[in-house]
Design a binder for this molecule. Structure first.
Ligand code: SF4
Ligand code: SF4
Length: 346
């Protein structure tokens, strides 16, 4: 079955793939672990799974591109998916989200799905953060899940291409999966690369001889928007690491940044540009779930975190777009997390 569906559920967002296209070298380097090698283990969910959603529509330019896993052979991939569904989720419906701009993938997936009754294909816009679980389940399944809630508790299992491939290798074929592909990119590096990393390898080993010399840099695991900035490099690669971004640290000030939206750069100029809110409303417009981040900021600055929580703060999916777009480089996401914190401790 083939379904065409408009992107619904959010008005904001930002097409990072168009704004910051990244090129990766086609040659994939293998890196062996400097610690105890680990293996991929897939834990079958305890809950009954009614929907399996396979996301082939990453929305971050630094995320692992689909071609690394699919090798431009979507039919073989979907055949693999069918074997997994038959063995482990026989009653589940399978939905596959594909980037509507990848014409060949969309056409081949639709051709495959046209002959099967267990799978639906959804060509989606790759506007960030369309692939967030909250938005993906809303757009594809019309289900509301809360940010931070495990989708399995609602009977939904979300998988990416690499995890599908690993489940097939380990569970269906009984092979040992001990490595994964990740991307390494950013202004702090000599080049953008795709690596095949043994699980358990430290980030320190991965970055050896890859960071540009004589610069200060910041390292983000799973990206600068919704990933985590790390200071020590001892963290080991496990299955949750999809990409590492290294950005050169700058403190350059920009004059009148609010009138230079077309010159937005992905920088770490946080300290150099920190200034007051200029009421530009960029953050309100870009928010994918229709919140008003500036309102949270002003409540926070007045010492009224409790007031911020009156305005749907719990709906924030922590995508980081508001911090990214803010010309004053206000750390809006950090402020939002602080405003949420008392609820999290309950
Ligand atoms: S981090 Fe939250 S408030 Fe900011 S843009 Fe994303 S969803 Fe909206
Ligand atoms: S918080 Fe930043 S993006 Fe939002 S209105 Fe103020 S200056 Fe503009």
């Amino acid at each position: 079955m083939v379904i065409r569906k408009k992107t619904i559920g959010f008005k904001g967002g930002f097409n990072l793939l168009d704004a910051y296209p990244l090129d990766f070298c086609n040659i994939i380097e293998d890196i062996c672990s400097d610690g105890t090698p680990e293996t991929f283990q897939f834990c079958m969910p305890d809950q009954k799974i009614e929907h399996v959603v396979v996301n082939l529509c990453p929305t971050e330019p630094w995320a692992l591109p689909n071609w690394v896993i699919l090798k431009h052979k979507i039919t073989e991939f979907l055949t693999m998916l069918k074997a997994i569904k038959t063995s482990y989720f026989p009653e589940a419906k399978v939905s596959v989200a594909v980037n509507e701009k990848e014409a060949r993938t969309v056409a081949d997936a639709m051709n495959f799905a046209g002959k099967e009754d267990w799978i639906c294909v959804y060509p989606l816009s790759a506007k960030y953060p369309q692939d967030d679980p909250v938005l993906l389940t809303k757009v594809i399944l019309r289900m509301d899940i809360n940010f931070g809630q495990a989708t399995e508790s609602s009977g939904v299992l979300i998988l990416d291409a690499q995890t599908v491939s690993a489940i097939y290798e380990s569970c269906v074929l009984g092979k040992n999966v001990a490595s994964r592909f990740i991307t390494l990119s950013g202004t702090g590096l000599k080049e953008n690369e795709i690596l095949n990393i043994q699980l358990g390898t430290s980030i320190e080993k991965i970055l050896e001889n890859k960071v540009r010399e004589a610069i200060k840099s910041r390292v983000f695991v799973n990206g600068p928007l919704r990933g985590q900035e790390i200071t020590g490099l001892s963290q080991k690669i496990d299955w949750s690491v999809n990409h590492i971004v290294v950005l050169e640290e700058n403190d350059r000030k920009v004059l009148f940044p609010m009138v230079k939206a077309d010159e937005l750069k992905l920088t770490t100029n946080v300290l150099g540009e920190l200034r007051r809110c200029v009421y530009c409303n960029f953050c309100d417009d870009i928010c994918p779930v229709d919140l008003e981040p500036a309102l949270y900021y002003h409540s926070y600055m007045r010492g009224e975190k409790h007031k911020a929580r009156l305005y749907n703060l719990g709906k924030c999916i922590e995508c980081g777009l508001c911090s990214f777009i803010c010309p004053s480089k206000l750390e809006l996401l950090e402020i939002i997390r602080e405003c949420k914190a008392p609820d999290r401790q309950k």
